[in-house]
Design a protein around this ligand. Sequence first.
Ligand SMILES: NC(=O)c1ccc[n+]([C@@H]2O[C@H](COP(=O)([O-])OP(=O)(O)OC[C@H]3O[C@@H](n4cnc5c(N)ncnc54)[C@H](O)[C@@H]3O)[C@@H](O)[C@H]2O)c1
Length: 270
Amino acid sequence: MGRVEGKVALITGAARGQGRSHAVRLAEEGARVVVTDVCHDISDALPYPLGTKEELEETVQLVRATGGECVAVQADVRSIGEIQAAVDAAVTEFGRLDIVIANAGVMSSGRAWELPEEAWDVVIDVNLKGAWNTVRAAVPGMIEADAGGSIILTSSAAGIRGHVPYVHYVASKHGLVGLMKGLANELAPHNIRVNTVHPTGVSDTGISLGVPAEELAAREPMFALSAMNPLAPYVEPRDVSNAVLFLASDEARYVTGLQFTVDAGATNKP
Ligand SMILES: NC(=O)c1ccc[n+]([C@@H]2O[C@H](COP(=O)([O-])OP(=O)(O)OC[C@H]3O[C@@H](n4cnc5c(N)ncnc54)[C@H](O)[C@@H]3O)[C@@H](O)[C@H]2O)c1
């Protein structure tokens, strides 16, 4: 019996990177999965391309290769209509929704006082408002179903520490902690748990390739991942997926309001 057997999960930003890894890991443990992604570029203020339809389809195939069931819905988390359609598809296709993983996120860099307004807006819109949209689309049906649930918001080590030079990203990821803490209290009466995960640099994702840590470190040496993380410079997507899996499963039935770090020790530095 899998650790999330019989449950249905919705994952945003799942065309590649951590979202894809979460989809595969949850399916390995028995969940049926709805994967979503915007699947096209959304702003010139982002220095790397976003996921594609082909990559989202590849996620579906990887999930199916585990023997799991998977459906893909293209949705921009900035649009409540699009993310609501993805939530509705989960319920239509699989009859329920137990696990919501608000993972979609974008990043860029720049000094606080020099950031173009568009860079600020797109990072806050996707990372923070996108998570709120995902939650507000999913929660009413979960409350009505009266079967509890688990919501996991992907924050960052930058949601705990004041990393530079990208305050817009830091602000968005700290904002997710506030969203999580308030929601955990609002949803506890419905047995819906809400937690954040806080990865340090994650290898081989769109963000880590698109905003290279080495480049940032050249500008801000104290934030070099190799200097910052006592255990390893990077974690891998599956390391984060294992934390997500625990939080999603009934093993974590009394875990809510937690900031779960997967950061190779970064945020515990003296
Ligand atoms: N990579 C890292 O080093 C790192 C570290 C800590 C936290 N994070 C966070 O992890 C999460 C996953 O990122 P990743 O590392 O897998 O990078 P990634 O770029 O590979 O994956 C992010 C996915 O989100 C999608 N996306 C972007 N905007 C969207 C939108 N408006 N609507 C729907 N989907 C959208 C992208 O198309 C992409 O497929 C993000 O929230 C990121 O901020 C990443």
